[in-house]
Structures are given as structure tokens and as C-alpha cells.
Design a protein around this ligand. Structure first.
Ligand code: HEM
Ligand SMILES: *[C@@H]1O[C@H](CO)[C@@H](O)[C@H](O)[C@H]1NC(C)=O
Length: 463
């Protein structure tokens, strides 16, 4: 009852705001402000708003609640904003709920500035060299792949639901890199569930309420506990590391960060322990669902295009071919202008929410030979050699582009190639037509499906 009253009240307030919504001068065009309630994370544009870019062009605007937002479509406009005018377009918006927890610390939602840049450089180097080098990462990934294979083998010949197997594998890999631990059952409950809960939270109705109704923020809201809970868990893990670490011989991301803290002393506030906790949450959050959802989409496409499973070219370039269709992060991360700027002749004031539509780039006519098909030819030139078209931007572009790209590509490659060599991936006969339309979200995931694997006989060819 109270809930519905609050909701009603907010609707009235927002409606009132909508009457005041006006586009700034020379702002990109767009539809008359509609009462779209929600954050961009729930902006499901597979629906009433479809094809706005056809009406208004590659750069158009929307009101999300009372917030004006600019949507960028197509490779050229996206590159112009994120790369050519990187300094103007690499900010992050402030969502109250997220900011109240992360306080703009860490990596993903941190403001574009020296602190973010230093932490990003450190994190990139750490992931790339990871103390002992590339081999470390490869060993962890192959170790997890082994568990995947084991579980698939158990039900060889019978349909199984792959979702949790792949989700756990992706979570295990990032947890080993960050925390130095695999998820025994207890650890899964402790660490993974809160992250899933948080990601549901920031995309759900509570986030909208929290952001639009200041007076509820001081209430003892139950969900704020989940943030605190995660923070405390990570603090305990950091303290555990403090006891067991050998300085200069890091075993995981936390050790590397502690080494860095030793070097910097207390002089550099952009490397505090609080910053470290948010960096850890960011890597954990950004590194799990992205990877597992891409793998699931890859399976869906490969099962329904069995001829591609046997092409050596496809094997070598499997990560590109499947990632384009998976389109896992359709609207990239939310960007924000850091100063008054221009894009393709339109004026965009400082602090405007900017949404790069990566879907439009990954399937843009004119950029791809077969923009709407799962077809390896998209990555072949006329001589039959591998090429990566410029519009291959599943990790976005510019200074904010995915920090885990190297690691993600290694995961996609090693897992998929191992599976293709060991198994035929089969769409179960009774599974009906595949549904390629994913469930929309910050990361898209294919609708749940079943798969079957069958051992490849050695005579089956090159494998
Ligand atoms: C297939 C897997 C993945 C995909 C498709 C993906 C995609 C993306 C995209 C589109 C962004 C937003 C870039 C922007 O705002 O312009 C992003 C940001 C980010 N990703 Fe990934 N990602 C993947 C895996 C990973 C992994 C494994 C990690 C961690 C090891 C990671 C860490 C991050 C971080 C920290 C950011 C924020 C960067 C910043 O704001 O400076 N990602 N990713
Ligand atoms: C993003 O691009 C796709 C493909 O062009 C289009 O269907 C969708 O409506 C676009 N979304 C937005 C928010 O413009």
C-alpha cells in the first residue's frame, strides 16, 4: 500500500517534470519527451521506441525520466565521439544509487580524470603481466575449461542446461585472478550471490525510485545492506592477504594492489584501500556475466550452424565470429560529456548522458558483408585472409573501452576451441526453433536453452 502510494506520487512528480522538459538549443533531434520511467539500464528499445535512429538520424536524443540523453548510432558517429573527441565524451554519469555506494571510486563509474587513469593503467598492467605473466592467466582458464569439459562429459548424449556451468566457470576465473580462490560452495554463496543481487538491483525498479525520490534515501533500505555485506567480505579477504602475502611475489590482484600500496605509501589518495575495494567489485562485476553470456550465445549459434563447427578458419577466429552476434553489451557503458561539445554539428552541453549503441555498429549495413548473418565471411577479405573490420567494437572504443578485453578474448578462445575439438555441439531434436533474440540488459543473455554434446571421433577430421 505504502509502496503504491510512493510510486503514484513519483509518477505525478515525473509527469510534472516532463512538462518542463525541453531540449537545449541545437540539441540532437528526437521524439517529444515521453514518460519513460527508468534508468538507461532498463531502456529496452526492442519495443515502442524501435527505429528512432531511422527517423532522426545517427545522433538523436531522448528523455529518460527528466534526463536528456543522446544516443549514438553507427560506426562513424561512434568513432567521432569515443575516439576523436575522447576527452569530451569519456565521462560517466552519476546515478545516485550507484554513486552512493561507489562514490565515483574504482574503475567503471569513476570520473574521467587522473585517479581513474592511474588505477586503469595499473589494473591493465596487472591483468596483462599478472606477476608471473600470460602463462598464469592461461593456466587458470584452462583449469576451469577442464571442469566445463568434465561436466559436459557426464551428460554426453543427453540434453543439459549449460547456463550455470558457464556462469560458474566465468566467475571462477575472475575470482582466481582477483582473490586467488576458486569457488568452493561456501565461497560461491558468499561472493557470487551479492554481485548478482547488486546487478539486479541497479537495473530494477528500486534504482529508479532511489534516483528520483530523494526523501527515501535516508530510510534504512534493505538493499543497501548487500553493498555493505560485499564490502565487508572483501575487507576480510584483503586482511587475510595481508597476513599471508610475500611482498614482491604477488599471487593475485589483491597482492599486486597491496604491493602498489607499499610503493605509494599513504601519499596517493587515488590508491587507497577504499579505492581497492571498488576496483575489485568492478572487475568481479564486469568480468563475470559478460564472459558467460558471450559463451552461451556462442554455443547457441554454433549448435544451429553445425557446418561452421568444422571449419579451421572458424576455429582460429571463433572469438570474433561469435562475439559479433553475441553483442553482449548492447549499449556499452553509459558515457557523459565532460564539457560543452559538438557532435556532427549538434551542440551537446556538459554533463549530458551519452549512450553508444554498439548493436548498431556490430550490425551496420555497409560495414559488414553479411550484417545480419552468423557468417565467418564477415571476417574474410577477398583473398580469404582474416581481417577484423573497423566496426568490430564489442568492447567499445576509446579511453573507456573494456579493460578486460585481453583476458576476455583469451577466455573465449580457449574455452570455445577446447569444446569444438572435444565435442560436436548439438541442438537437441525436440528443442524447436532457436530463439536468437536475447533478454535485454546491461549485458544481454540468450533465453535459456538446452544443448547436447557428442564426443568427436578422432577420424572426424583434423581434430
Ligand atoms: C566478452 C566479454 C566482455 C565484453 C563484451 C565486455 C565489454 C565491455 C564494454 C562494452 C565496456 C564499456 C566500455 C565503454 O564504456 O565505452 C566494458 C567496460 C569495462 N570492462 Fe569489459 N567486457 C568483457 C569482459 C570483461 C572482463 C573479463 C573484465 C575484467 C577482467 C572487464 C572489465 C571491464 C572494466 C573494468 C570496464 C570499465 C572500463 C572503464 O570505465 O575505464 N570486462 N566492457
Ligand atoms: C540500436 O541499434 C539497433 C540496430 O540498428 C536498433 O534496432 C536499435 O533501435 C538501436 N537502439 C537505440 C537505442 O537507438
Amino acid at each position: 500500500m505504502l509502496g503504491s502510494l510512493i510510486l503514484l506520487w513519483i509518477c505525478v512528480c515525473l509527469l510534472f517534470l516532463h512538462l518542463k522538459n525541453q531540449r537545449p538549443k541545437n540539441f540532437p533531434p528526437g521524439p517529444t519527451p515521453l514518460p519513460i520511467f527508468g534508468t538507461i539500464f532498463s531502456l529496452n528499445l526492442q519495443n515502442p521506441l524501435k527505429d528512432l535512429e531511422r527517423c532522426y538520424g545517427n545522433v538523436y536524443s531522448l528523455f529518460i525520466g527528466s534526463t536528456p540523453a543522446v544516443v549514438i548510432n553507427g560506426f562513424h558517429a561512434t568513432k567521432e565521439a569515443l575516439v576523436t573527441k575522447a576527452a569530451d565524451f569519456s565521462g560517466r554519469p552519476h546515478y545516485t544509487l550507484i554513486s552512493d555506494f561507489t562514490k565515483s571510486k574504482g574503475l567503471i563509474m569513476a570520473d574521467y580524470g587522473p585517479g581513474w587513469r592511474a588505477r586503469r593503467r595499473f589494473s591493465l598492467l596487472t591483468l596483462r603481466n599478472f606477476g608471473m605473466g600470460k602463462q598464469f592467466m592461461e593456466d587458470r582458464i584452462l583449469g576451469e575449461t577442464h571442469y566445463i569439459v568434465e561436466q559436459l562429459e557426464k551428460s554426453a548424449g543427453n540434453p543439459l542446461c549449460p547456463e550455470s556451468i558457464f556462469h560458474n566457470a566465468a566467475a571462477n576465473i575472475i575470482c582466481q585472478v582477483v582473490f586467488g580462490r576458486r569457488n568452493d560452495d561456501e565461497f560461491i554463496k558468499l561472493m557470487i550471490h551479492p554481485v548478482t543481487e547488486m546487478s539486479n538491483l541497479i537495473t530494477g525498479p528500486w534504482a529508479v525510485l532511489y534516483d528520483s525520490a530523494p526523501m527515501i534515501r535516508h530510510l534504512p533500505l534493505p538493499f543497501m545492506r548487500v553493498f555493505k555485506y560485499y564490502e565487508n567480505l572483501v575487507k576480510d579477504l584483503i586482511n587475510e592477504h595481508r597476513k599471508t602475502r610475500v611482498p614482491g611475489e604477488p599471487q593475485d590482484f589483491i597482492d599486486c594492489y597491496l604491493d602498489e600500496l607499499d610503493k605509494k605509501g599513504d601519499f596517493d589518495p587515488s590508491f587507497s584501500e577504499e579505492e581497492m575495494i571498488v576496483c575489485i567489485l568492478d572487475l568481479h562485476f564486469a568480468g563475470t556475466d559478460t564472459t558467460s553470456n558471450t559463451l552461451l550465445a556462442a554455443l547457441l549459434y554454433l549448435m544451429n550452424h553445425p557446418h561452421i563447427q568444422g571449419i579451421p578458419f572458424a576455429e582460429k577466429n571463433i572469438k570474433h565470429i561469435t562475439q559479433r552476434m553475441a553483442n553482449t553489451v548492447p549499449l556499452s557503458g553509459p558515457h557523459c560529456t565532460t564539457k560543452d561539445t559538438e557532435l556532427l554539428g549538434y551542440s551537446i552541453p556538459k554533463g549530458t548522458l551519452v549512450i553508444p549503441n554498439l548493436t548498431s555498429v556490430l550490425s551496420e549495413e555497409g560495414q559488414w558483408k553479411f550484417p545480419h548473418e552468423f557468417n565467418p565471411e564477415n571476417f574474410l577479405n577477398d583473398q580469404g585472409e582474416f581481417v577484423k573490420p573497423e566496426a568490430f567494437l564489442p568492447f567499445s572504443a576509446g579511453p573507456r573501452m573494456c579493460l578486460g578485453e585481453g583476458m576476455a578474448r583469451m577466455e573465449l578462445f580457449l574455452v570455445l576451441v577446447t569444446l569444438l575439438r572435444k565435442f560436436k555441439l548439438i541442438w537437441p531434436e525436440d528443442a524447436g526453433q532457436p530463439d536468437y533474440i536475447p533478454t535485454f540488459g546491461i549485458t544481454q543473455t540468450p533465453k535459456p536453452f538446452h544443448m547436447k554434446v557428442q564426443h568427436r571421433a578422432h577420424k572426424d577430421g583434423a581434430y
